[in-house]
Design a protein around this ligand. Structure first.
Ligand code: 5AD
Ligand code: FES
Length: 361
C-alpha cells in the first residue's frame, strides 16, 4: 500500500490512489486537506463567488427515486413563480453585486417552457445591461432548446450526472425512456458543443455506492473536462422510494466527511475548475459550506428564491434556510465567508478558469 503522503506528491492519481485518498483518516486526511487548500490558493485564489439561486418551480415530470419533488410525490405543494417574481430576484442579485444567477427548476419540457425561458433571459439581459451571467439548471432538454437559451444569453448550464456508473444510475432512477443514462450523457455533450460552461456533479453516500464508484466519478469528470462541479451528500427523503434503504447508509457525519474528501481530491485533480459548496453540506453540518470552501470549493449559491416558496423546494429533508429572506441570507453568508478568510468576489462573473483556457486552446 502506498502512503498518502506519496500519493499526494504525484501529478496524476490512479483509481486505487483515489480510493486510498477517499478512505484516509486522521493525520493522512489532514495532509489531503492541506494539499487541496494549497492547490486552491494557487490556482483559483482566496475567493468565493456568489451565484444567486432562484428555484423558480418545483414542478417536475421526472420520478428520480431519491428526490423529494419527484412527480409521484403528491404531498408536495407545487409552485411556479411568476415572471415578475423571477425578474425581481434577478434584480436583487444584480443590485447586490452578485456576478451571476442560477435559474433552477424541476424538469419541464414544452414549447411554452422553452419560450418562457427565452423571455426571462431577454429581460435579465436587459435589466443588467448584459452584465449578469445566467446559469440554467432545468434538466434534460433538446439540443435545439439548449441552443435557443444559449442564443438568448445563458452561458452556463448545470446538469448533474448523479453517478457515472450506469448500473447505479438505474438503481436511483426508474429504468424507462424518461430516465435514460445515455440521454443524460448526450445532453452534457450537446451543452458542451453549443459552447456552454458545463457543470455536473454526483451525490455522495448513496445506497449501493462504493468508494470505487466515487473514484470513477472523479475520473469521469476529468475525462469529460467539466468546467464546474457541484456535489454533496445524499440525504434521504421520507416521501421517496429510496428511503427504504436508509438502514444501509453511511452515518451522516461519514457522508459529510466523504463529501469533503471528494471536493479535496477533485480540486487537486482539476485545479482550475469552479467547485460549489453544495447546500446539502450545510444540511448536515451548520458550517458545512465553510468547511467545503476551506478544502477547495470556490462557489456558494445563496438562495434568493422569495421566502414564501422556499419551503416547497425540498429535494431532501432538513434543507437549511428555508425560512430566511434573501437579505438575511446575504448577511449571514458574509459573516460565514469571513470565517474562512476568503474574499467574496462581488461584481465578478467568476467564469471557470478551466473554461476560459479550454476556449483559448
Ligand atoms: N439528497 C441530496 N441531493 C439531492 N438532489 C436531489 N435529491 C437529493 C437528495 N435526496 C440533488 C441532485 C440534483 C440536485 C438539484 O439536487 O443531485 O441534481
Ligand atoms: Fe425531478 Fe429528478 S425528480 S429531475
Amino acid at each position: 500500500m502506498k502512503k498518502i503522503s506519496e500519493i499526494l506528491q504525484q501529478d496524476n492519481f490512479s483509481r486505487n490512489d483515489i480510493v486510498a485518498l477517499l478512505k484516509s483518516e486522521g493525520k493522512e486526511k489532514q495532509l489531503l486537506f492541506e494539499k487541496s487548500h494549497e492547490t486552491k490558493q494557487r490556482f483559483v485564489e482566496n475567493k468565493v463567488y456568489f451565484r444567486g439561486l432562484i428555484e423558480f418551480s418545483n414542478i417536475c415530470r421526472k420520478d428520480c427515486l431519491y428526490c423529494g419533488i419527484r412527480n409521484s410525490n403528491k404531498e408536495v405543494l407545487r409552485y411556479d413563480l411568476t415572471d415578475e417574481e423571477i425578474i425581481d430576484a434577478a434584480r436583487f442579485a444584480y443590485e447586490n453585486r452578485y456576478g451571476s444567477v442560477v435559474l433552477q427548476s424541476g424538469e419541464i419540457t414544452s414549447p411554452n417552457f422553452t419560450e418562457r425561458i427565452n423571455r426571462l433571459l431577454d429581460q435579465i439581459m436587459k435589466l443588467s445591461n448584459n452584465n449578469l451571467r445566467v446559469t440554467l439548471s432545468c434538466g434534460e432538454q433538446t439540443y435545439e432548446t439548449y441552443e435557443k437559451w444559449f442564443n438568448h444569453g445563458a452561458t452556463r448550464y448545470l446538469l448533474r450526472i448523479e453517478t457515472s456508473n450506469k448500473n447505479l444510475y438505474y438503481k436511483l432512477h426508474p429504468e424507462n425512456a424518461a430516465h435514460s443514462f445515455e440521454k443524460r450523457i448526450s445532453c452534457l455533450e450537446s451543452l458542451k458543443k453549443i459552447g456552454y460552461q458545463v457543470g455536473t456533479g454526483v451525490m455522495i453516500g448513496l445506497p449501493f455506492q462504493t468508494s470505487e464508484n466515487l473514484a470513477d466519478d472523479l475520473i469521469w469528470m476529468q475525462n469529460i473536462e467539466v468546467d464546474m462541479v457541484g456535489m454533496g451528500p445524499y440525504l434521504e427523503h421520507e416521501q421517496t422510494p429510496l428511503f427504504a434503504y436508509r438502514d444501509q447508509l453511511l452515518p451522516l457525519q461519514t457522508r459529510f466527511d466523504l463529501s469533503l474528501k471528494m471536493i479535496a481530491v477533485l480540486r487537486i485533480m482539476m485545479k482550475n475548475i469552479n467547485i460549489a459548496a453544495a447546500t446539502a453540506m450545510q444540511a448536515i453540518d451548520k458550517l458545512g459550506r465553510e468547511k467545503a470552501i476551506k478544502v477547495g470549493a470556490n462557489v456558494i449559491m445563496p438562495n434568493i428564491t422569495p421566502g414564501t416558496y422556499r419551503d416547497n423546494y425540498k429535494l431532501y429533508e432538513n434543507k437549511p434556510c428555508t425560512d430566511e429572506e434573501r437579505e438575511d441570507c446575504k448577511t449571514c453568508l458574509e459573516m460565514r465567508i469571513a470565517l474562512t478568510s476568503n474574499d467574496i468576489a462581488y461584481d465578478e462573473w467568476g467564469d471557470s478558469q478551466h473554461f476560459i483556457l479550454r476556449k483559448e486552446s
